[in-house]
Design a protein around this ligand. Structure first.
Ligand code: EPZ
Length: 473
């Protein structure tokens, strides 16, 4: 099958699981006049059952971009059916990469033999709401000597600058020009290894340096690098391609540029953010959910918090079982951080469970400057959450923080009642599904399409876990 056979529009909630939905849920959706971007959830039922998580939304698209660097085709396995994948596949195809699908639905093949520059207007039209296009810079500069990157999308959780990326690319010798619709880059003298220190362990900027340094002339030393599991998985992919990358102590990564890379065959690491989201849903609904594909090592910090709040879990070879053992949930104080700290993407789904805890919890968000906007709707449903934009200052700093802090103080337990709420961003949107599942009465969640950016077949998974809802696919 070619790309066109499989790429759905990615805009709505087009998921393979739609066909699995009970027909009556669809008929009911039509009866109440729901669009395919809305769902009505009848709350108060615990989620019970098993779902599978596949490859990480925050690794797979980057691995796809890495295929541009190879002289021969690459194979990526365990790829999730989320819209970021479709956006990046479209951009790769625009640049001449031949994309085909393997036997397994999660298996994608990329043949970069005929890479060519795409037209700016086409790239702009294709970039959608993804942030991944910024990572095309290095590979396209190596392949074509030029690149055009449209203005980026992504969740509205802060201003999401790309200064670290552009500064790093200039250090490699790229010439960056700001255009009205994006940035144009050239590398008149090719790309040469550099010594780069990131002001903050940015995941994207670390990926930018990795994808550029592997074919740059000479050596690159990257200091204050991100070392998230998805970064390490990308390094494994690049090493398979022939790159020489050393992860040294204290967030230093050393890359020795090579002349040529070949394709890779890689199974993407599981999506720890999706796994943590379903675990939080189990906790909030007093349920019992087995998350197939989840692994302990990448989730250790989350597991500690899950246990401290009062949840229980069992680690199996093929996944992790998360359940609410009964009794009260306990309040916690959490500070989000870079890996191996508590992941900023984990806090939003967990907040709903904390509204059910007996006492006052505090979440100190230190990675993004505006990641608590989603709490307004939860307060509308009966939660008691106060957001302090000046955060909580403490001296103990392992990693220098950006100059903003926010804190959300959650008092519980609160009786949540159904409301109509609109999805604001990816993780906040999933927390709204959890709020609807937890609240008494009906909750209508609109603007669901954003959730499909990072949660594969989430409607089908809700059905598998016994959720009671009306949806019209
Ligand atoms: C990645 O975003 C993830 N997205 C995010 O997940 C995740 O929250 C984040 O890493 C942190 O782990 C993808 O991988 C697609 P950063 P990224 O660069 O790379 C600032 C989700 O829900 N910064 O580590 O964009 C930035 O504003 C998403 O799945 C600069 O100031 O994150 C932020 O405050 C949300 N200048 C901080 O650094 C730059 O040039 C961390 O950003 C780059 C970043």
């Amino acid at each position: 099958m070619t790309l066109q056979d499989t790429v759905t529009d990615g805009s709505g909630v087009t998921d393979d699981g739609g066909s699995g939905l009970k027909k009556d849920a669809q008929k009911a959706g039509a009866r109440v006049g729901l669009t395919s971007d809305e769902i009505i959830i009848n709350g108060g039922r615990p989620l019970r059952g098993r779902i599978e998580v596949r490859g990480a939304k925050n690794l797979a698209p980057k691995a796809m971009v890495a295929s541009l660097l190879g002289k021969t085709p690459s194979i990526l396995r365990n790829v999730p059916n989320v819209s970021d994948i479709r956006v990046v596949a479209g951009l790769l195809a625009l640049h001449g990469v031949l994309i085909t699908r393997g036997e397994d639905p999660g298996e994608w093949h990329f043949d970069p033999s005929n890479v060519e520059q795409a037209h700016h207007a086409d790239i702009d039209a294709h970039a959608g709401s993804s942030r991944i296009p910024i990572l095309f810079c290095g590979p396209l500069l190596h392949r074509l000597g030029e690149a055009f990157i449209p203005d980026l999308g992504g969740c509205r959780i802060g201003d999401r600058p790309i200064d670290f990326h552009l500064d790093a690319l200039r250090r490699f010798g790229a010439v960056v020009e700001k255009l009205p619709s994006g940035i144009s880059l050239t590398a008149p003298d090719g790309l040469t290894g550099a010594s780069i220190e990131l002001p903050y362990p940015s995941v994207g900027a670390t990926e930018q340096v990795l994808l550029t340094a592997v074919l740059a002339k000479g050596q690159t030393e990257l200091r204050n690098a991100a070392i998230e599991p998805e970064i390490i998985d990308l390094i494994c992919i690049l090493q398979k391609m022939g790159a020489i990358i050393t992860v040294e102590p204290n967030r230093v990564i050393f890359i020795e540029g090579v002349d040529e890379l070949r394709g890779y065959d890689h199974r993407a690491i599981f999506d720890r953010n999706e796994a943590a989201s379903w675990a939080s849903a189990a906790l909030a609904t007093r349920g019992d959910v087995f998350v197939g594909g989840a692994k302990q090592e990448e989730m250790m910090t989350f597991l500690n918090v899950f246990r401290k709040v009062g949840g229980d879990f069992d680690v199996h070879d093929d996944g992790i079982r998360f359940w609410h053992p009964g009794g009260e949930l306990k309040p916690v104080t959490i500070e989000t951080d870079v890996h191996p700290g508590f992941m900023t993407d984990w806090q939003q789904p967990l907040v709903v469970a904390l509204t059910q805890a007996q006492g006052v919890s505090t979440i100190h968000e230190t990675v993004y400057e505006n990641r608590f906007g989603f709490t307004d709707a939860l307060n509308k449903m009966g939660a008691e959450i106060t957001v302090y934009t000046d955060g909580l200052h403490d001296e103990h700093r392992r990693v220098n923080r950006r100059e903003f802090e926010q804190a959300a103080v959650i008092s519980g337990p609160s009786r949540l009642t159904g409301a109509e709420i609109e999805v604001p961003d990816l993780r906040g949107g999933f927390s709204y599904l959890i709020a609807g599942l937890t609240a008494e009465g009906q909750t209508k969640v609109t603007n669901l399409g954003i959730i499909s950016r990072g949660y594969e077949n989430f409607i089908e998974k809700l059905r598998q876990l016994g959720a009671d809802f009306i949806f019209e696919s």
